[in-house]
Unconditional design. Sequence first.
Length: 210
Amino acid sequence: MSAEPGEDTPGPRSWTGSLRRLIERDLPIEHLLPDREPAYVGSWVYVFGVVTIAALILTIASGVVLAFFGPQWWHVSPQGRFFNSLHFWSVQMFFVFMVLHLWGQYFGQGWRDGRATTWMVGVVVFLVSIVTAFTGYLSQQNFDSQWIAVNAKDAINATGAGAFFNVLNFGQMYGLHVMLFPILIIFLVGLHVVQVRLRGVVKPPSEDRP
């Protein structure tokens, strides 16, 4: 007799079932998509984090358009220059609000109550973003990018990283900028958000005082 849909059937446990039960235990839907939050979540510190994610989405969207049409388009056509400027300023907004969010969490001791991993993932996102922005400058295909690449070459070679990270290789820099680093940033930001949903938003230091 076959089991009805939705009923648990006896037998060996599968990894998909174990993973589903783990997610349901640690990240229930009311934590992933809450409809109520503590009052202190309305702080500007957390608003800065949301704006950072919005800037990241705008950066990726404009970057996809630039990657699709190529360097000649973003240097010559008015539409290309517009999307190039949009990409540039969305990156500036991304960094400004990410730094504000990091500063706010640092002074608010955002690593308290078992949230050290969440804090460290945010710091890694910042560090990876710096390297991503650097490869973006090297991918501009103009005199600025050439000047930056030539001046950075000796410094990077002095560290030994030049054997793997050739700033004069446009293909390598462009590939890292449009593929590897964005995927890594998206993964880390997603992990950061999931960790916030798992552990909740840390209370302000004043809330913990007796």
